[in-house]
Design a protein around this ligand. Sequence first.
Ligand code: DGJ
Length: 730
Amino acid sequence: MSITFDKDSNIFQLNTKTTSYLIGIADGKYVGHIYYGKKLNNCQGGYALLRTEEKPFVPSQNEREKAAFADTFPYEYSTHGIGDYRESCLSVRTAQGYRACEPVFKSYRIFDGKPHLPGLPATFARDGDWAQTLEIICEDACIGLQAILRYSVFADADAIIRSVELINSGTEPLYLEKALSACIDLDDESFEMLTLTGSWARERHMTRCPVTFGKHAASSIRGCSSHQEHPFMALMTPGTTQDMGEVYAMHFVYSGNFLALCQKSQYDSVRMVMGIHPEDFEWKLESGESFQTPEVVCVYSDQGLGKMSRTLHDLYRGHLIRSPYLHKKRPVLINNWEATYFDFNTDKLVEIAKDAKEAGIEMLVMDDGWFGHRNLDNSSLGDWTVNEEKLPGGLPALVKQVKEEGLSFGIWFEPEMVSPDSDLYREHPDWAIQIPGRTPTQSRAQYVLDLSRPEVVDYVYESVANILRSADISYVKWDMNRQFTDLGSAKLPPERQGELAHRYILGVYELQERLVTEFPDLLLENCASGGGRFDPGMLYYSPQIWCSDDTDAVERLAIQEGTALLYPLSCMGAHVSDCPNHIVGRNTPFETRGHVALDGTFGYELDITKLTAEEKEKIKKQIELYHRYDHLVREGAYYRIASWQENHLYDCWEVAAKDQSEAVVTYVQVLAGAGMRSRKLRLRGLDEGALYRLEGTEKVYGGQMLMYGGVLAEAQEGDYVSRVMHFVRV
Ligand code: DGJ
């Protein structure tokens, strides 16, 4: 875990726990990628991998073929307009309208610690943590642009964190047309690309495809990281499994438009880049101003996807999530959305609270519909005043009654939006994002507020904070239910309209920063029509994010598998809901819904007052399981044992204690199939030499047997049945 510079070979070596990353300076100017992979003791001989001794040679030896050099050199940060025709990271327009840019090596700094990125979410070192940062300072003297390539490592994390700061060091304005955060050039290994794709209610399904010549991308220009594609990309050697194969992954710590792209070049090299999507982006940099790109987390695993997942989980728990709830048990909550939708009042909520308390539930969350005259989804966003027809006496009276029933209280907001039918819109139509003269596109009968404007940010903040100041509210669900269209800000000057999408996200970050600062004990859960803004950026503010509006236990298997590929289970908002499921109409056993929801933050999303006594008893049992396994789910190491998405029959995952003292295994038999048979589940992460007892039985297994032989999950009758097995070291 260190960063060094070898002057003789001109190589920077960044070491993490088990990986090394090598950067070389070719020809005294060009910052190139040499190596990312298993940890190396030294960088001896590495410089040759820059291929500067091969044709076309470096420009100082062969200026006449500079373009050929530029089109083959493995740039650490590729730029547009100088002969590298592969995907660029940086494109800059000068005041005169020219577009070529070539920042070359000037100097470097290595220092302890990791800088905070102003206004942006970022990984950080906690007090007492060791971290180190390398800054490679490059300059294009012709246009007056400095690019600081930044790389950080932590003592206990197997990841490299990259970002870039761009500074106008000249005298005239510059226009950033594209400013991505990271680039890596690898030699082709017949890579497969892994991305997470989906839709509303079908978020983050794992999708693999071969990397062939040309470009493959995952992206969003929707204003949020989106349900459809995810700010993540991995290149994997063919056939990579959970335990085997090499994986090079990038994950973007950002919540807005993004581009993740890989490209196989004419010479079989593969470039992967990631950053803010250049579409709908342009940033004017006045002389002396700087632009900070968001961070990209880079992970290399030589042991398949499982190691990548655990690396990311540890990094996010250790160095990204700040909430005081990170290591705390979250309250078991019941949310009234699927129970009542907009049709509720104080009596109904208190009735729910009463039954919930008896079942062991700890918090009531009041969802959409408590403000303005919102009885449907077509009004009142922006008017954050309590509807006293539904809630007489306002929030203080409601919260008091809920607390008297023994529950804490949480509330829903959608602060970033405005309904055309709202006092706010009638008073400030120009606060909505729209283009003068063009009828703005509605979505869910709402517009997006222009959070690039400080006065709008202030209004939104005060609206939310006033409600939170008015009563004892322990939790906020922060929702965001539409994507961008008609990008126009009434306040920004014409040459800065291209800044709106990024400034909007900076506004969201500022709002949430202010919120967690004024209300440090608040449990914040982000949400965007389900999991439409589930990304590392939001995790910096909230320790959990609502995973999907699809609460069907079977659909959730794929959604939660894809989500857990990157995120700790403690982040995944997961609730037990009613059947037939409101989204897909499927009936699944109550137990299975519970077992699947136990994979994330646990809660309920149903009208408990309508459940049978038997079902209420089942809730009590599920909550017992939650209390028993919560520490493991929250802190343990995650192992994917089987994937229903791959085998089309059953699903299985395990969470093992870091000290190998116990493990909890969840098995879901999705389809019984003809000729049902038991399944052999090979566990992971246990102590080979230890013995483990299966809880609730006298059965004892060797750690080796569980891992290499496996444990049998007996076949059960019927589809969608599940079981949880808890192994404890004896
Ligand atoms: C979308 C969320 O994902 C739901 O859980 C619910 O809060 C609705 N919005 C409310 O409008």
